[in-house]
Design a protein around this ligand. Structure first.
Ligand code: T1G
Ligand code: NAD
Length: 705
């Protein structure tokens, strides 16, 4: 065994050269990896005793792509680049095979496509996720992949960025063989067979029959563009991928590679790519809790109890059933219990109908669900999640009861959206075991989980819930206790601005258009119509009825999509909001009742008022320590509220605008609109004054573990 670089070594086994890479944690193709591979390929190609070459990685995965931290880093040697590595292995005079395990992604998978053969373990998941980083595959992926799987499948893989299983890769011709036993010996055995067959090397560049269909039917590209337009709105990279694949079909191989590289470099320079790459690392940062070390012990969660089988209780239960964890769901009445369980079954049935799960899966998951009307049924669960009405007294009653019944060590969690976790914990004898687990609706779909840390919550309970969150496929982010925690608190700031704009300046469709054009899936008023205008409506108890638009709409039966109309009209079976003249009339009347003279406002100022109010609230949240870092706020708004990742995140966006500019505009707005909430927060002023950004902000007390 010979060391070629700090991460690559060279070994010859039975006439096969094995280039072994070990670059923890995920074998990114850092410059020293690339150098080692080039040197190893040269050596192997020259070595007369060597008949074939294997690329093999130690650790948890084959190359997971280029090292994103090297992007734009002038201190990192550019040469040899990844394209040099691939050129060398594709051009080798001896068969080269890639031994795939873990997550061969991006440049790692492109390297494998440059090899003459690929074998994989059954658990491998491979793909080209560059689109998620705002770039395109830049090492031949857009040119070689279509030559193996065809244009349509290649476009789908690269514009979604989602990996595929080894089994799918085998059936798609991307992998030659699945190795059930030891991967390295399987790869060596396979490539020795190839070497002794002495046939021409199977270079993907030499085969283009899979491109013919697109050559004779170039419309395929426009059809594909239309099919992804809605879900990729605002993102630049998907179109860049399509253009590069068009080049791969139109141009000779090497010219297509050059074309791809040109498009890659253009994307890499874009603000969208910088924003999405910021978000890649923000998401990983948000997982870390400074004062809760990685080795903090966690509790086993084998059985779960859910109280309340309403909108949230049902969805929450499905997350655990999906992972094979038995759930006992407790309701107040048999009718509510039957309704709740019925909805879970219906949801699974429709998922099975779409072919995403099998009928057996449905049976299996429903068999893990037990309904009950008595809390006693929760005496041996490891975790209880309460999801009853949002009423403090009721929640306290529930927590007093489960404190009596649940076994020692059971984690007691509340799914409250706004209420004070410390106050709930205080009614129990074990506040250290109480935590908030704030799921988002629909709870079986939305990936965000706000993990609300109470003053007494133990590190063990916190670590247990963070681990469990990842286990059920959630992006878990720790937040402190305040009204609405991080996500809903910032949403409140935006909604108050949109309400004020509605009263003084613009109509729902104008305000929502600004938010939609910014990149959100929908605006505040369409969102409220979706959730239902009567959630939290006090009916006759509503104060200031004649200057409250929502009250005026609800009293007229306009309660949102569920009644066919709210701020907008909805045709039956459609979710498309249609402006309504009567609603505009109501809004005009409310303005008059409020003594307001409506004035014009530019779309730019409307956007600034809503977004900067959110930025201001984010500064307060950071200052109070409710969020550990700015990145946490960005992750919450991307996964909970549809903030577009091509804008990085709320605090990242603010930093790009410049906090000084935001303070200036907020000062103007707070005076012009006489709105103290727009008065810049002390931390925002301080950071602006010091020429700092949100990313620079670190709360000392959080990080003095
Ligand atoms: N570059 C730099 N660091 C990376 C990295 C990468 N590509 N991938 C992971 N890390 C770090 C990560 O920040 C974390 O660090 C640690 O590794 C573990 O990651 C030409 C140019 C592989 C599926 O997009 O999807 O190739 O926080 O916590 O959940 O076309 O990481 O511990 O300090 O995510 O087990 C294309 C990105 C690059 C894959 C593992 N590749 N990575 O997930 O662990 S662009 C990707 C992932 C490219 C070419 C282009 C995941 C993973 P820390 P983790 P995980
Ligand atoms: P819901 O009205 O749909 O369901 C609440 C359920 O609790 C009802 O089925 C009711 O019968 C049951 N219930 C009431 N008292 C009970 C008791 N003593 N024992 C057992 N069951 C009882 O409400 P929801 O929307 O599911 O909200 C539940 C909780 O989740 C609230 O705290 C809410 O703030 C929070 N939440 C809601 C959303 C959302 O979008 N709906 C999102 C996140 C969090």
């Amino acid at each position: 065994m010979k060391e070629l670089s700090q991460s690559v070594s060279y070994d010859v086994q039975d006439g096969v050269a094995v280039l072994i890479t070990n670059n923890p944690p995920v074998n990114t193709m850092s410059y020293h990896v690339r150098q080692g591979l080039v040197d190893g390929l040269e050596e192997a190609d020259k070595d007369g005793d060597v008949r074939a070459i294997v690329l093999y990685c130690e650790g948890r995965t084959f190359f997971a792509g280029m090292d994103i931290t090297e992007f734009g880093n002038p201190d990192v040697p550019e040469a040899p680049g990844i394209t040099d590595v691939i050129k060398k292995l594709e051009g080798a005079s001896k068969p080269v095979i890639a031994a795939l395990h873990g997550t061969p992604l991006g440049g790692g998978f492109e390297t494998a496509l440059g090899c003459h053969h690929r074998v994989a373990v059954p658990s491998a998941k491979m793909g080209l996720p560059e689109v998620k980083l705002g770039i395109i595959p830049g090492a031949g992926g857009t040119v070689r992949l279509p030559r193996v799987v065809g244009v349509q499948a290649a476009l789908e893989m690269m514009t979604s960025g989602n990996p595929i299983s080894a089994e799918r890769a085998l059936s798609a011709g991307l992998v030659d063989e699945i190795v059930d036993g030891d991967l390295l010996s399987g790869a060596i055995a396979f490539v020795q067979k190839v070497a002794s067959a002495d046939e021409p090397l199977a270079r993907i560049r030499d085969s283009d029959e899979k491109l013919q269909a697109a050559r004779t039917n170039p419309e395929i590209f426009d059809v594909f563009r239309k099919s992804i337009a809605r879900k990729t709105r605002g993102f630049k990279a998907p179109e860049a991928i399509i253009q590069s694949v068009e080049g791969a079909v139109r141009l000779p191989f090497d010219e297509a590679l050059t074309n791809e590289r040109r498009i890659f470099v253009e994307c890499q320079k874009s603000p969208e790519a910088k924003a999405q790459q910021y978000f890649f690392f923000a998401e990983r940062q948000a997982k870390k809790i400074p004062d809760v070390p990685k080795d903090t012990p966690t509790r086993g969660i084998e059985k779960v109890g859910v109280i309340g089988a309403g909108t949230m209780g049902g969805g929450i239960s499905m997350n655990f059933l999906n992972r094979g964890i038995p759930v006992t769901i407790v309701e107040a009445t048999q009718e509510a219990l039957d309704r709740g369980i019925g909805i879970i079954e219906k949801n699974y049935a429709s998922t099975a109908k779409k072919g995403r799960i099998t009928e057996d899966d449905v049976k299996e998951r429903m068999s893990l669900l037990t309904g009950a009307l008595d809390y006693q049924a929760l005496s041996d669960v490891d975790l209880v999640i309460e999801a009853v009405f949002e009423d403090m007294d009721l929640k306290k009653t529930v927590f007093r009861a489960i404190d009596e019944i649940c076994k020692p060590g059971c984690v007691l969690a509340s799914n409250t959206s706004y209420l004070n976790i410390n106050e709930i914990a205080a009614v129990t004898s074990r506040p250290q075991d109480v935590i908030g687990l704030h799921f988002f609706s629909p709870a079986n779909i939305m990936r965000l989980l706000e993990v609300v840390r109470g003053d007494e919550t133990s590190n063990e309970v916190l670590a247990t819930c963070m681990k469990l969150g990842a286990h059920i496929g959630k992006v878990a982010v720790v937040v402190g206790v305040c009204r609405g925690f991080v996500g809903n608190r910032i949403l409140g700031a935006r909604m108050r601005q949109s309400d004020d704009l509605l009263l003084k300046n613009a109509m729902p469709q104008e305000i929502d258009a600004v938010v939609f054009d910014f990149g959100f899936p929908m605006g505040s008023f369409a969102m409220r119509d979706l959730a239902g205008l009567d959630i939290g409506w006090l009916g006759d108890e509503t104060p200031d009825k004649d200057i409250n638009v929502r009250h005026q709409l609800c009293t007229r039966g306009r309660r949102g999509q569920k009644t066919g109309g709210g701020f907008y009209d909805y045709e039956s079976g459609s979710r498309t909001p249609i402006p309504n003249a009567e609603v505009e009339q109501i809004i005009q009347e409310v303005s008059k009742n409020a003594g307001v003279t409506r004035t014009e406002i530019s779309a730019a100022d409307m956007l600034k008022r809503m977004i900067y109010a959110m930025v201001n609230e984010a500064a307060k949240i950071l200052d109070e320590g409710i969020a550990l870092r700015a990145a946490a706020i960005d992750v919450i708004w991307v996964y909970g509220y549809g903030w577009p990742t091509y804008r990085g995140g709320l605090t990242y966006y603010a930093d790009q605008i410049g906090l000084t500019n935001i303070v200036e505009d907020l000062d103007r707005f707070s005076t012009e609109y006489d709105d103290p909430e727009l008065e810049p927060a002390p931390l925002l002023r301080q950071l602006a004054r010091e020429g700092k950004s949100f990313q620079d902000f670190v709360r000392q007390d959080h990080f003095e573990a």
